[in-house]
Design a protein around this ligand. Structure first.
Ligand SMILES: [Cu+2]
Length: 134
């Protein structure tokens, strides 16, 4: 009787240790993926089509939330091969027919122009205090 009780008691810590390790591992894996998820998908994503103009030419995002702008250049005309955000010091090449993501940090409300490298195409990033459908 005492032998059985001793055996049960001695097994318990090992089982708890395994269970605790399992829970800890699950939490670590979950936290890691959650962090990756946040890094890969900012709060707001907007798509802009480029074909002789920016569509839409006014892109609305919410203030205080990082955003990802995905440009897709649906043409080979050299005019639009770069997009420039002077206020953010960003200048990015847009290969034709490819999605190109530009990540922007959370911003204050305001307006930021974006253009092609020769400033022939114009768009405006509008950072709204409230969410506005775009
Ligand atoms: Cu141009």
């Amino acid at each position: 009787m005492a032998g059985i009780r001793t055996q049960v008691v001695s097994l318990m810590p090992a089982e708890w240790a395994i269970a605790a390790a399992g829970v800890a591992l699950t939490v670590i894996v979950w936290a890691t993926f959650a962090r990756w998820g946040r890094a890969a998908a900012p709060g707001q994503v907007r798509r802009i089509r480029v074909d002789g103009t920016y569509r839409p030419a006014e892109v609305h995002v919410r203030a205080g939330v990082p955003s990802r702008l995905i440009f897709r250049r649906e043409e080979t005309a050299p005019c639009s091969e770069r997009v420039v955000f002077p206020d953010f010091g960003i200048s990015v090449t847009l290969p034709p027919f490819e999605d190109v993501a530009i990540d922007l940090p959370a911003s204050e409300p305001g307006e930021h122009e974006f253009t092609c490298q020769m400033q022939m195409l114009h768009g405006t990033l509008i950072v709204d205090r409230e969410l506005v459908a775009s």
